[in-house]
Design a protein around this ligand. Structure first.
Ligand code: FE2
Length: 295
């Protein structure tokens, strides 16, 4: 049994994306600051509509998956295949862009708090050109596991193991085997989470304070990359903690990124740009299981 320790910190930097949405980008803030298979993590969090109202108008993606997890507020997704989905607090959208999708992600509120995360997960070469797929996962479908030491874990993807019981989230069976847990710990609570050995794992503390491993403090608003091991040991600080725990199986292939296209070579990026310019990027979606609020 090896407990994972804090290895590298990638602090989030203030950035703007879409039509001027202000956000905090940790993974992906610079080329090379990735953690295979994870390409990017954005936190958007503002009470000021001026920071988010412009949203993310129509834009393409190819070669990876995007996962949007809302904590507060309301966003609407619409894509080139006619899918539409509304995301409210606790909802998740899992989009496999693969060979191509063009979509928009627009706030559906003119005031109040908008808060959530967008994670990009890479696809292996053999899956980059498969058909796009899309699903919305309502908050009610996401298991909430009460923790023995207090608090709870929301299991968005993968399997959360606690006291010998395994709790499977709504997303599974992917080649990168992502584990995506949102943890809420009360003051002083300790938590041990088993994780697959060999997966790349990181934490993102977004509220409160906590330590990992041998009492290493986690910075707030940063991707805290962990060493390998078969478990993570956490303890919340005096005010409790809210944090994401993410883990995935590394792909181990070259990554060539140009904005919203992530491929294995420059030639494939040039092809993606040419396909987008020629209107060939987005073909029909293979499946959209569990979609809701669709026209
Ligand atoms: Fe997008």
């Amino acid at each position: 049994m090896t407990s994972r320790q804090l290895q590298t910190v990638i602090p989030a930097v203030a950035a703007a994306d879409g039509a001027g949405v202000r956000l905090y980008r940790s993974l992906g803030s610079h080329q090379g600051q990735r953690f295979d298979p994870f390409l990017m993590l954005d936190e958007f969090f503002s009470d000021d509509p001026g920071d988010y109202i412009a949203g993310f108008p129509s834009h393409p993606h190819r070669g990876f998956e995007t996962v949007t997890y809302m904590l507060d507020g309301h966003m609407r997704h619409e894509d080139s295949f006619g899918n539409r989905g509304d995301l409210g607090p606790g909802d998740v959208q899992w989009m496999t862009a693969a060979r191509g999708i063009i979509h928009s992600e627009m706030p559906q509120q003119e005031s109040g708090r908008l808060r959530g995360f967008q994670l990009w997960i890479n696809l292996p070469a053999k899956e980059k050109m498969k058909a796009a797929a899309w699903q919305d996962i309502a908050a009610a479908r996401i298991p909430v596991v009460p923790l023995a030491g207090g608090g709870e874990a929301r299991v968005i993807a993968g399997t959360f193991e606690q006291d010998g019981l395994r709790h499977a989230g709504p997303i599974g069976g992917l080649s990168t085997a992502p584990q995506y847990f949102d943890l809420r710990l009360p003051a002083g609570a300790a938590l041990r989470v088993p994780l697959p050995l060999g997966h790349h794992a990181f934490l993102y503390l977004y509220e409160g304070a906590a330590v990992v491993g041998e009492d290493q403090p986690l910075p707030v608003r940063a991707a805290s990359l962990l060493t390998d091991g078969d478990r993570v040991d956490l303890r919340a600080g005096a005010a409790g903690a809210r944090l994401l725990l993410l883990a995935g199986k590394p792909i181990g292939e070259p990554v060539v990124q140009y904005g919203p296209f992530v491929m294995n070579s420059r030639e494939e990026i040039e092809q993606a740009i040419a396909d987008y310019q020629a209107g060939r990027l987005a073909w029909p979606v293979a499946a959209a299981p569990a979609g809701r609020d669709r026209p």
